[in-house]
Design a protein around this ligand. Structure first.
Ligand SMILES: [Cu+2]
Length: 113
């Protein structure tokens, strides 16, 4: 499943589901290039795995490794201070990839700057 987020608002939410397990992905502020931002992935169902893998990439090119592991705390995985580079091509579209027990889902988003 792929979700595309539009970014006219400050707080952005996408809903994801792995079978019966439902999650909400939220950017706590509109993400900008070269500026640390936080992402919250909240489980709406329980129980949840202790850790999930999260990475950021661009579709068309390799931008470096932006791979993280987030640990659940009260059903919430919080990624803090993610910093992504500005793409030389001018493309602002990135993909947040969540690996949940081997099943990957993507959330497309745009950097605001
Ligand atoms: Cu790029």
């Amino acid at each position: 499943m792929r979700v595309f987020l539009l970014f006219p608002v400050l707080i952005l939410i996408a809903s994801l589901a792995w079978g019966a397990d439902k999650f909400e992905v939220k950017f706590l502020a509109a993400p900008k290039a070269m500026t640390p931002f936080n992402v919250e992935i909240k489980a709406l169902t329980a129980p949840v795995p202790q850790k999930i893998k999260i990475s950021f990439e661009m579709k068309a090119m390799y931008m470096g490794d932006f791979k993280f592991e987030a640990e659940a705390k009260d059903g919430v995985y919080l990624l803090q201070k993610v910093t992504l580079p500005r793409c030389m091509s001018g493309d602002k579209t990135w993909v947040l990839v969540i690996d949940y027990g081997g099943g990957k889902q993507e959330v497309n988003f745009e950097l605001n700057d």
